[in-house]
Design a protein around this ligand. Structure first.
Ligand SMILES: Cc1ncc(COP(=O)(O)O)c(C=O)c1O
Length: 348
C-alpha cells in the first residue's frame, strides 16, 4: 500500500519510521517535550531534501544529499549546534530511513538539528543539541506552470539579525509573514527585498531573471540562502545551454521588465513566474529558458542523465541494468550505526 494513502498526521502513523535521538522509531512513538528550547525560540537548523522515483529503474534517487548535509553542518556551526554525524554519515542514515519506510515515490526529507534542553532562557551556548529526521511523500510545493508573485511589504532578515545563509527554523517566521501576505492578497508567492530595497529571494526559493540574454541572480551578500537548486541551475545553464549566470544586485523594477523570471528551490524545483505586482513578465507565459531548465532538471533528478549521476544517491540496491543505479563513487551508501548524541551542557 502506498504511504500516500493515509492523511493522518505523521505523529499518528505507526507505519512510518522516523529518526529521533539516535534511534529509528515508529512515528507515533516520537516524543518531544513541550518546553523544548527550539519550540519556544526557533533555535534549530533544518534541511529540505527531495528524492525522485524512477519507475523504470524502480529506484529512488536522493538529489544532492551530501551538499544538503554539508549546508546543515554550516548552519549548525553558525547556530552553535553540534552534530555527532558527518555529512556522509547523515546521507547513509537518510538512505536507511527511506528504506525502512519502503517509499517508492517522490518524497521529501526533513532533517532538523536543534537546541533540545527544556529550559526557559534565550541563548545558544551551554545547551543540549538533538537531531531528528523524517521523510514524507511529496508532489509539487508551488505550481511549476506559472506563478503570480508580489513584492512583499516584509523585508528579508539581514545577516546581522538572523543570517539567511543558515537555514534557521526561527527565520522562517519572516518567510511565513511574506508568504501569507501574498496568499491572502491573491498571489501565489512573495518576492522579498533586502533592507536596502534590492531583490533578495522568494519565501523559500532563490530567484533568477533573464534579461538582455543573460541569466542574473542576487549574490550571497543579498541575504539569500545559497540554494542547492540555485547552484544546480547555474551549472545546467552553463554546461547545457552555454549561459553564464551573473550574480549582481537587482532592483525591484528590473523584475517588471525582465524577459523571464523563475524561482528555484528543493520544494519549488524550477517555478517560472509569469506576473509580478500585476505586470506580465515577458509575454506573460512560461519562457524558453525556464522551460528548458525544467526539462533538464527533471531528467537529471530522475537519473536519466549519466553525466550528473554523481548528484544522485540511489536508495535501493540496483535491479535493472542500463539505468543509473550507481552513484559513481560520489558517496557510497554504507551501513551507519545511529549513535545517540552524548553531549551535555557540561561537555560543551
Ligand atoms: C529561504 C530559502 N531560499 C532558498 C531556498 C532554496 O534552497 P535549495 O535550493 O537548497 O532548496 C530555500 C529552500 O530550501 C529557502 O528556504
Amino acid at each position: 500500500m502506498s504511504k500516500t494513502s493515509s492523511n493522518a498526521p505523521l505523529s499518528q502513523r505507526a507505519d512510518m519510521t522516523i529518526f529521533l535521538n539516535g534511534e529509528f522509531i515508529p512515528a507515533d512513538q516520537a516524543r518531544v517535550g513541550v518546553a523544548t528550547h527550539a519550540i519556544s525560540y526557533g533555535t534549530g537548523c533544518f534541511e529540505g531534501i527531495r528524492a525522485y522515483y524512477n519507475a523504470e529503474a524502480d529506484q529512488l534517487y536522493i538529489f544532492r544529499a551530501l551538499e544538503h548535509f554539508e549546508r546543515l553542518h554550516r548552519s549548525c556551526k553558525i547556530m552553535n549546534i553540534r552534530l555527532p554525524w558527518t555529512a556522509e554519515e547523515l546521507v547513509d542514515l537518510t538512505v536507511e530511513l527511506i528504506r525502512r519506510n519502503g517509499l517508492r515515490e517522490d518524497c521529501y526529507i526533513r532533517p532538523f538539528a536543534y537546541k533540545s534542553d527544556e529550559i526557559i532562557g534565550v541563548k545558544l551556548n551551554g545547551l543540549r543539541d538533538d537531531y531528528t529526521m523524517f521523510v514524507v511523500p511529496m508532489g509539487e510545493y508551488v505550481s511549476t506552470s506559472g506563478l503570480r508573485c508580489m513584492v512583499s511589504s516584509w523585508r528579508r532578515v539581514d545577516d546581522n539579525m538572523i543570517p539567511a545563509r543558515a537555514k534557521i527554523s526561527g527565520a522562517y517566521v519572516n518567510s511565513a509573514f511574506a508568504k501569507s501576505e501574498a496568499l491572502m492578497s491573491g498571489f501565489d508567492e512573495a518576492i522579498m527585498l533586502t533592507q536596502e530595497g534590492h531583490v533578495s529571494e522568494g519565501s523559500a526559493e532563490n530567484i533568477f531573471m533573464v534579461t538582455g540574454g543573460e541569466l542574473v541572480t542576487p549574490p550571497p551578500s543579498e541575504n539569500i540562502l545559497q540554494g542547492i537548486t540555485r547552484d544546480t541551475v547555474m551549472q545546467l545553464a552553463r554546461r547545457e545551454m552555454e549561459m553564464l549566470t551573473r550574480e549582481r544586485v537587482i532592483d525591484r523594477t528590473e523584475l517588471y521588465t525582465a524577459d523571464e523570471i523563475f524561482l528555484t528551490g528543493t520544494g519549488a524545483q524550477i517555478a517560472p513566474v509569469v506576473e509580478v505586482d500585476h505586470r506580465p513578465i515577458g509575454s506573460g507565459v512560461v519562457g524558453q529558458v525556464g522551460s528548458t531548465l525544467q526539462r533538464l532538471y527533471r531528467e537529471v533528478t530522475h537519473g536519466l542523465r549519466e553525466e550528473y549521476a554523481s548528484w544522485l544517491t540511489p536508495v535501493y540496491p540496483a535491479r535493472t541494468a542500463g539505468v543509473l543505479n550507481s552513484n559513481n563513487g560520489h558517496h557510497a551508501a554504507n551501513d551507519v550505526k545511529p549513535k545517540r548524541s552524548k553531549q551535555t551542557a557540561a561537555t560543551k
